[in-house]
Ligand binder design. Structure first.
Ligand code: NAD
Ligand code: DAU
Length: 342
């Protein structure tokens, strides 16, 4: 059946990859990409699908209620997939307010419009960070869908607040929702303020690689393509009202990640510089995706070795995309964030 799908935040990293995936996989669907083009949004990310007849870009802010209601009335969406967010933990430490506005209030506006105009599925893209962190010395512990929410940063608190609102809109108003909570993504079009693209771009320029604390914090890495296939399955087969965890089963310390990148690029480990730790820094994330696998049959296609190789190749072949980004405002951000330590 034909579907008209609103994808918010589609000029960002994961939303952009999802746009590519959906536009190509479902030529019968119509995909509308709504993005405010904040510092993290980049239309270059969607260049390859720009001319497709089943795709349209609209610039707009999810917190602008009047604009969003007009858009929903005009377009009559079947589904909404909400990626739009402020997504960087360090920025939420520096300035929390915009995180509450976009991530919490923006979600509410989208759900109010979805209720009013009869959207058949509202999907909220959430994160494993809502569960807080796990100790380093308990590899047996994993986040499950019923693990209590226990957040550390203004970013994760804003995402958990949004999740609670989404669940409340389902219970109170019967809004047909699903939520996915994913571990750390990596892959093409990843903004170079985040660990993996930051380290690749700086190593290629022979610049210092800022590792927070002692580099022992652990993240569970999932290639962004596998995140897209999971959301696709949840949209089409997931049960209304349910939360699904998505994880890569690829736990690595930050130091291991940086060393892998240096080795692949044939760069020396002397580039590694230990810098001041992130305040409230979560120790370890690890996701149990059993529900998604057994209920919906999801399996990731990449492991960390194949995924990081593909990602590094992409950054080598698409220098123009990230060099454009690191030449602008990004320079001021980098100076403020890392100061003299870099
Ligand atoms: P990103 O920062 O790369 O992209 C966010 C996009 O949202 C940008 O294009 C930006 O312009 C847009 N945006 C921001 N505010 C907006 C607003 N008010 N109205 C409309 N558009 C707005 O983020 P990402 O890494 O692609 O993450 C996408 C989503 O996935 C987020 O909700 C994030 O919480 C979640 N998530 C991310 C990861 C990860 O590893 N990156 C993992 C799990 C979940
Ligand atoms: O787990 C999912 C989350 O993953 C998403 O919800 C977030 O939107 C996304 O940004 C990501 O959050 P992290 O904080 O884990 O990602 P980040 O790339 O910022 O950092 C990954 C790890 O690397 C973390 O332990 C901090 C560390 N780090 C990061 C940067 C930018 C460094 O050591 N040095 C750095 O310069």
């Amino acid at each position: 059946m034909k579907q008209k799908i609103l994808v918010t935040g589609g000029a960002g990293f994961i939303g952009g990859n999802f746009i590519h995936y959906m536009v190509n996989k479902y030529p019968d669907y119509f995909i509308i990409n709504l993005d405010a083009l904040t510092y993290a949004g980049n239309l270059g990310t969607c260049e390859a699908v720009e001319e497709k007849s089943n795709y349209k870009f609209i610039k707009g802010d999810i917190t602008n209620r009047e604009f969003i209601f007009d858009l929903f009335e005009r377009e009559a969406f079947d589904m909404v997939v909400n990626f739009a967010a402020e997504s960087h933990v360090d920025r939420s430490v520096a300035d929390p307010e915009i995180f509450i506005k976009t991530n919490v209030l923006g979600t509410q506006v989208l759900m109010d419009a979805s209720r009013t105009f009869g959207v058949k599925r509202y999907h909220q893209v959430s994160t494993d960070e809502v569960y807080g962190d796990l100790p380093l010395n308990r590899p047996d512990l994993l986040f499950k869908e019923d693990t209590p929410l226990h957040t550390s940063s203004p970013y994760s608190a804003s995402k958990a607040s949004a999740d609670l609102l989404v669940l409340a809109y389902h219970r109170t108003f019967g809004l047909p929702i699903t939520i996915s909570r994913c571990s750390n993504n990596y892959g093409p079009y990843h903004f170079p303020e985040k660990l993996i693209p930051l380290m690749i771009s700086r190593a290629l320029n022979d610049e210092a690689l800022p590792v927070y604390g002692n580099g022992e914090n652990v993240r569970d890495w999932l290639h962004v393509y596998d995140h897209c296939t999971a959301i696709d399955l949840i949209l089409h087969k997931g049960r209304i009202g349910e939360v699904y965890n998505i994880g890569g089963n690829n736990e690595r310390t930050n130091l291991e990640v940086v060393q892998t990148i240096l080795k692949a690029l044939n760069k020396p480990e002397s580039l590694i510089t230990y810098v001041k730790d992130r305040p409230g820094h979560d120790l370890r994330y690890a996701i149990d995706s059993t529900k998604l696998k057994t209920e919906l049959g999801w399996e990731p296609t990449y492991n960390f070795e194949t995924g990081i190789k593909q990602t590094i190749e992409w950054y080598l072949e698409n220098k123009k995309w990230w060099e454009n980004i690191i030449s602008g405002d990004y320079k001021n951000y980098f100076k403020e964030q890392y100061g003299d330590q870099s």
